[in-house]
Design a protein around this ligand. Structure first.
Ligand SMILES: Cc1ncc(COP(=O)(O)O)c(C=O)c1O
Length: 378
């Protein structure tokens, strides 16, 4: 459900007095982050839809110039192709159901597919007829400073990449190589390492690449993490590319999610009950805050009092989510004014990535209210 526009989360609270979680989307911040990436990355930028598929976010990205989308399910493919008929969807999940490959190709005009195994390559060729389709081989990368090591699940070994690239070439299809250094990767060197593995693969495969996809992983500035500037990641990529002998027309691609959208949302939650230094709020780990557990993410928070002024004295509060599950508790406390009380709002910033996207309906709770913040009106 989308309500109106407000000049700030504070103004929204005054108007809606919400007892339900409210996502405040910041289109201006989203546009700036997107333009920054588009301006500085010397290649094609695909937004990773899984990170935040809300239509307000997708529309903001499109308005900022994104025309390519990393889609990892048929539902995401359909969403993008129906919202933006002139945009391209890339089916970048290495494991797909046959019916989804078929429908993506025939109904939604998807022409780029990722594989990391010979059986998946056979499926894609089978379902598309092996005509007018480009195949990117997903390469595993060494673990190197990411909160989520995606190569634990996906990616072929260097030797398998060589064989897969040769098989793609033999099938008469255009080949690409893709990797993902892991999400929330704070180590720019991870890209250099991955490109070093790519260089060895290409030397052995002797197959010309039409695409090189360096994935996502660019980190957001959460609390307690040292995040190098985005430029150092791009410099590491440029440096790594120098050692690769790519065709002049090889398309360089990136698939950022988090870095584009993390700052673009603020979540307003409300305190249902206080017990000493324990706060029970209306959102939690089964809903918008699961990354606090799985990724150790720490987010900037502040209190808005329903009545009176906030105390200057701060207390560390243990924060519990709304469900009846005892694991619905945040792993790190929130530092808030020590007069936090029932009815006050906790405003959580930098929560645009992997938040609403991961929310379940568990126990009858589901944050679904989105409003826009007009940052020019503040
Ligand atoms: C294949 C692929 N591409 C891109 C992304 C986006 O990564 P990030 O949000 O870390 O930039 C992911 C995240 O899981 C992914 O699996």
């Amino acid at each position: 459900m989308t309500e109106a526009r407000h000049s700030s989360p504070e103004a929204m609270i005054k108007t809606l007095v919400p007892s339900y979680p409210v996502y405040c989307v910041r289109p201006k911040t989203l546009r700036e982050a997107t333009e920054r990436f588009l301006d500085r990355f010397h290649g094609r930028v695909l937004y990773a839809v899984k990170c935040n598929p809300h239509p307000l976010i997708l529309k903001g990205l499109y308005d900022a110039g994104i025309r390519h989308f990393d889609t990892a399910s048929l539902a995401e493919v359909a969403l993008i192709r129906e919202l933006f008929p002139d945009a391209r969807a890339y089916f970048n999940h290495p494991v797909k159901m046959r019916a989804h490959i078929n429908t993506a190709y025939r109904v939604y005009d998807v022409r780029h597919f990722v594989v990391d195994h010979e059986a998946e390559l056979a499926k894609v060729i089978d379902e598309t007829g092996g005509q007018d389709v480009d195949i990117l081989v997903r390469m595993a990368t060494p673990e190197a400073g990411a909160a989520f090591h995606l190569s634990a699940k996906f990616g072929a070994t260097p030797q398998s990449c060589v064989e897969l690239l040769q098989a793609v070439h033999k099938a008469g299809l255009r080949a690409g190589l893709a990797f993902h250094v892991g999400s929330q990767c704070v180590n720019p060197g991870a890209f250099g390492t991955a490109l070093g593995v790519a260089r060895d693969v290409l030397t052995a495969a002797k197959v010309e690449l039409h695409y090189l996809d360096v994935g996502g992983g660019f980190p957001a500035a959460y609390l307690g993490v040292d995040v190098p500037p985005l430029e150092t990641f791009f410099a590491a990529i440029e440096q790594g590319l120098k050692a690769l002998k790519l065709r002049r027309d090889c398309v360089l691609m990136a698939e950022p999610g988090r870095i584009l959208v993390a700052d673009s949302c603020t979540l307003v939650t409300q305190i249902a009950l206080r017990k000493d230094s324990r706060l029970y709020i209306n959102d939690g780990v089964y809903h918008s805050l699961s990354e606090t557990v799985h990724g150790g993410t720490r987010l900037p928070v502040r209190l808005i009092k329903q009545r009176g002024a906030a105390s200057k004295q701060m207390t560390d509060f243990t924060v519990y989510g709304p469900t009846c599950d005892s694991t619905d508790v945040l792993p790190t406390p929130f530092a808030l004014p020590d007069n936090a009380a029932e009815g006050d709002w906790i405003v959580i910033d930098r929560i645009g990535a992997y938040s609403n996207a991961l929310s379940t309906n568990f126990n009858g709770f589901h944050p679904e209210t989105f409003v826009e913040i007009d940052e020019t009106a503040a």
